[in-house]
Design a protein around this ligand. Structure first.
Ligand SMILES: [Zn+2]
Length: 302
């Protein structure tokens, strides 16, 4: 009788064990088949730049900025390698180190773009508030008038959600007409890409004032697994902001000279604040830092 009971118990244990194995296996499989690939572009010139490509679970191609005109080939190759069509191109703000490659591709290639998301002011606003780089702003606005893309441009609303395959994109920040300090950068579009309970926060060149607004209006949505370091890793987002984001992985669109604060006379010879930001991130115990100075980098997220 005892032997019979033991056999029964063993059978039940085996069944429970098998169910657990199947559930774990199915969860891992679902997550894996729901994976995306994120690529950080690397500077092809001596200047700073920012650009990312994301490939969704079903192979759709999303771009965020792209870099300068000198970075065009890298962006073009990345699009072609992924099938040759851009499903959605998000532009954070119109400065050359973000939109140069985009302008070049729209004006001088036949690459098909299905949708463009951007949040821009009219030329008068830039003339009043961001006149130092007025030519860059004007060139971008002119490109948006190009017949090839005129009909596919969308200006997202604040808190709008955009679904592309398995990615849910939340628009946390758009242009800020009322912010007059560091105005062009502070009007960077801020986006959170969600996939499989993980998230990537793109900040463009967001500065202190826009951060303060985001903390006031979006605080509970800022925490993210991965963050793109604002303004190439210096004089962008604040320490308080990064503490709220509390990232596990930091993506730095930062060239070597800026990473080392080197204006040409060796490490620490420059006026930039990158080292300060690096300290904040060290204090947050972030283990993974991927810096564009080290070359093009890809990561699978699942
Ligand atoms: Zn920039």
């Amino acid at each position: 009788m005892k032997k019979e009971n033991n056999k029964k118990i063993l059978k039940i244990v085996l069944i429970i064990f098998s169910i657990i194995i199947v559930v774990i296996g199915a969860t891992i499989f679902l997550r894996y088949s729901n994976r995306i690939k994120l690529t950080q572009f690397a500077p092809q010139t001596k200047g700073q730049m920012m650009g990312y490509r994301i490939i969704t679970s079903k192979g759709k191609v999303i771009l965020i900025d792209g870099g300068t005109k000198g970075d065009t080939k890298q962006v073009q190759d990345a699009i072609n390698e992924a099938g040759g069509i851009v499903d959605a191109w998000f532009i954070t703000h119109p400065h050359e180190d973000h939109v140069g490659a985009f302008i070049d591709i729209v004006e001088n290639t036949n690459i098909k773009i299905n949708k463009i998301y951007t949040s821009v002011h009219d030329i008068n606003w830039y003339q009043e508030n961001d006149s130092e780089v007025i030519q860059e702003n004007e060139e971008f606005l002119n490109t948006l008038e190009n017949e090839k893309i005129k009909g596919i441009i969308e200006e997202p609303k604040i808190n709008e959600k955009i679904k592309i395959d398995n990615i849910l994109i939340e628009i946390l920040g758009i242009k800020n007409p009322e912010i007059k300090e560091n105005a062009g950068n502070n009007s960077s579009m801020v986006m959170k890409f969600n996939v499989n309970n993980k998230s990537i926060l793109f900040l463009g060149d967001t500065g202190k004032e826009s951060c303060e607004k985001l903390i006031k209006t979006q605080k509970d949505k800022l925490k993210s697994t991965i963050v793109q370091m604002a303004h190439h890793g210096q004089s962008g987002a604040t320490e308080e902001f990064y503490k709220i984001v509390d990232p596990k992985i930091c993506l730095w669109p930062t060239p070597e000279w800026l990473w080392n604060n080197d204006s040409g006379n060796g490490e620490d010879s420059g006026p930039w604040k990158t080292k300060e930001t690096r300290n904040w991130i060290n204090n947050l115990k972030v283990k993974e830092n991927h810096v564009a100075k080290d070359g093009i980098y890809s990561i699978e997220i699942w």
